[in-house]
Design a protein around this ligand. Structure first.
Ligand code: 5GP
Length: 120
């Protein structure tokens, strides 16, 4: 299992050492706008815990954090006004998915028709 790097970018955002454009926060998660948006709305949701990826989180997170994190993704999308027209969520996980930041993050994309699921 990958070792969690406490100095990864999103750990620094969680600690407030790097600023973010916050959308939503609760005891379990922080949601903020992606710095390089790939859609009219592009928000990242990260759990408040040290989890490298979905692999790590789904295997090792306590049930209350899992539930709180999943709920926070839904609340953030709702507060962004995306429920009427829909949205896409995605978690790049590991090498083949080109995960860049080694702290689990769910991308929320919306604000237009997002086309096919994967670019060819
Ligand atoms: P990944 O490729 O790991 O799934 O996604 C990492 C995301 O983090 C990318 O969409 C990238 O634009 C975003 N990102 C990188 N650096 C920063 C930053 O300093 N602030 C914010 N808000 N997003 C960032």
């Amino acid at each position: 299992m990958a070792i969690y790097d406490k100095d990864n970018l999103f750990a620094k955002i969680l600690r407030g050492e790097i600023p973010c454009n916050k959308v939503y926060e609760d005891d379990y998660a922080l949601a903020f706008h992606d710095i390089n948006p790939q859609a009219p709305t592009h928000v990242l949701v990260i759990p408040k815990g040290e989890y490298v990826s979905w692999i790590d989180f789904s295997a090792n997170a306590p049930a209350d954090l899992m539930a709180g994190f999943i709920r926070a993704v839904g609340v953030a999308a709702r507060e962004l006004g995306l429920e009427k027209d829909g949205y896409r969520i995605l978690a790049n996980t590991g090498g083949d998915a080109n995960q860049v930041v080694p702290h689990l993050h769910i991308h929320i994309f919306g604000g237009k028709n997002l086309g096919p699921m994967l670019a060819s």
